[in-house]
Write a protein that binds this ligand. Sequence first.
Ligand code: G3P
Ligand code: CA
Length: 296
Amino acid sequence: MFAYSGRLSEQSQGPFTSRTPASRRASTTAGDARSMNDQLTTMRRPRVVAHRGANDVAPENTLAAVRAAVTIGVDAVEVDVQCTRDGVPVVLHDATLARTTDIARRYPHRAHDPVSTFTYAEIRQLDAGSWRDDAFAGEPVPTLEQVLDALRATGVGLLLEIKHPETQPRLVDAVADVLACFSPGVAVTAQSFDAASLHAFGRLLPEVPRGLLVHHAPRQPVLEAWVSAVNPWYGTVSSSYVRRAQLVGLETYVWTANARAAILRAADAGVEGIITDRPQRALDLLRATRRKTSIR
Ligand code: G3P
Ligand code: CA
């Protein structure tokens, strides 16, 4: 790996969506030392993406977690979006509200019903913070619009996972509507495990980059070149995979790398981004070790 300047690297970072994959950058002419030096100064660490916000210091998928991630200085925040019965995109991971809200107290007979069976008026009454700590009592389930507001003008991007779209037929349309109105000023990338939904989303908002979530790095990344990124589980990613993905213009954001060894392994593989439950740890590690994405 090349040595690189962390300071120069940090300064070279653009918006979350504007990074040019290595394969799309101008190649260095053989023997052109000046060009090589120019490239060396633009190398930088992988982007750090706070998984469900900074969920190690605040309840996951809340505005408190989003704001904490901004304070830490991450490059982007990942959240999960679903749809209420009346079509409001809200931020929540699980298919039900049982684990992360006080739904069992408010609506005991509906505690394990799907999110999509509740109206937003019902969901906005819930406490999505107390389950984690009394200090977060009253923290609401945020809407997508509120998350966009919290990120606007911060320079922190949004990696938006379209969650459970196969059981929520209105979700893709509703997310696209909100993004069309409220995403200016926030660099958004959409991602999903559901390829059909990502395709549908791309038809509605082709200007928003899309990442396909997968459990294993694909053998033939070129088959996924219809998206801008393929985001595999970190344990399946190698440097040769990242190189092959870059050759067809695909970025790689791995999930969910939390242990020090996993974070460093992903950085060594040359990934463009690391989605993590330990964003402060990742930033500290990557800055301290001067890890970087590789140049091809
Ligand atoms: O960003 C990828 C990761 O969030 C996928 O897993 O279950 O945490 O949404 P999950
Ligand atoms: Ca997610």
